[in-house]
Design a protein around this ligand. Structure first.
Ligand code: GTR
Length: 335
């Protein structure tokens, strides 16, 4: 039996598990191959679930290969924003990065299916889609963009915050200049809600809010809290308009130089890291909400989402026609 004859497909099969797999990996991991320090970037701080998970991935690789494969994380925006990080990974200057699927849409348009407002019905639905056939197909498509997709992490739901006033209704968003991730779909989403969407890199958001270039932004509780955005924009409303997963991607240029065994070791470690991130995520969300409450931020939760869903329908319709098949299949997925 060879690694190839196993014909691994599907998200679950990315992990070469079981006794046969473990034995094979243990045996082959000692085969001669050069060492590699996998440099990886993340905009978040060290204790954030995505960073902690990639750190764990490094520990596993280090242990499995006696230090031949290691991970060095450039966290806290040390390498700038996510668009730049992706470019570096495409070029092979950086081996790996963990970014939001939000910035992957401009590289492989089908990812915008996951970037549509109010598309996923629930977290369970989102995970069933990304861990199933559709998610796997999209990971494969990343090769066209010079990337190897290792899998999806949890990022909860994104909600609006601003410096001006509490948002309870769609009308409250009218005229607000709101920062979004660098992807037109999000600009159109904010515009459809009556605001003014501005695509700005994550590492430029704080100065943009401080100088009034924008009145606010949108993100999940852990980013809003850990990024200290709440210190500037104290009105946070749980509109939960997006459920965009995180994604871990590897440079195809570098990947193609690796032995099949090292590729499989990296895949195995990433599957366990992703699992860890998802476990850490839930607790982190609550921790962030508690920290916000302790800081005196009143999170607005009593929001009637109906009008928000209705106002963003044109965005789903417009983009939906580009990948109608994916949307139809995703809608049929349970959860
Ligand atoms: C966070 C996400 C980051 C980044 C950021 C943003 O939730 O974890 O990868 O995309 O949002 O808004 O740019």
């Amino acid at each position: 039996m060879t690694l190839h004859s196993l014909n691994l497909t599907g998200a679950a099969a990315r992990f070469l598990g079981g006794i046969a797999g473990a034995t094979m990996i243990a045996g082959l991991a000692s085969a001669p191959a050069f060492g590699l320090e996998i440099k990886s970037s993340d905009v978040h701080p060290p204790d954030y679930p995505t960073v902690a998970a990639v750190d764990y991935m490094g520990e596993l690789l280090d242990k499995w290969t006696n230090g031949r494969l290691t991970v060095n994380i450039f966290h806290s925006m040390q390498l700038g924003g996510e668009k730049e990080a992706l470019e570096q990974v495409q070029l092979g200057a950086l081996e790996m990065t963990r970014v939001s699927v939000g910035v992957v849409g401009p590289i492989v348009a089908d990812f915008n299916a996951f970037n549509l407002p109010y598309f996923f019905r629930s977290r369970e639905h989102m995970f069933n889609v990304v861990d199933g056939e559709i998610g796997e197909e999209l990971l494969q498509k990343l090769a066209e963009g010079g990337l190897i997709g290792l899998g999806y992490m949890d990022a909860g739901s994104r909600s609006f915050y601003n410096t001006v006033h509490p948002v309870r209704t769609v009308e409250d968003l009218k005229g607000l200049k709101l920062r979004v991730m660098q992807n037109d779909i999000f600009v159109e989403m904010v515009n459809a809600l009556g605001g003014n969407g501005l695509p700005i890199a994550y590492n430029e958001l704080i100065p943009a809010m401080q100088t009034g270039v924008v009145d606010g932004a949108e993100n999940n509780p852990p980013s809003y809290e850990s990024g200290k955005h709440y210190e500037i924009a104290g009105f946070y409303s749980l509109t939960e308009h997006l459920m965009v997963p995180e994604i871990l991607v590897f440079s195809k240029t570098v990947w193609d130089t690796l032995t099949p065994v090292d590729q499989q070791l990296i895949r195995n470690a990433s599957v366990l890291a992703i699992q860890k991130e998802r476990e850490l995520w839930k607790a982190r969300e609550q921790k962030s909400l508690d920290a916000l409450a302790a800081a005196g931020i009143e999170v607005i939760t009593d929001i009637d989402k109906g009008p928000f869903i209705e106002a963003t329908a044109p965005v789903r319709e417009k983009y939906g026609s580009d990948f109608a098949d994916i949307l139809k299949r995703a809608e049929a997925v349970g959860g």
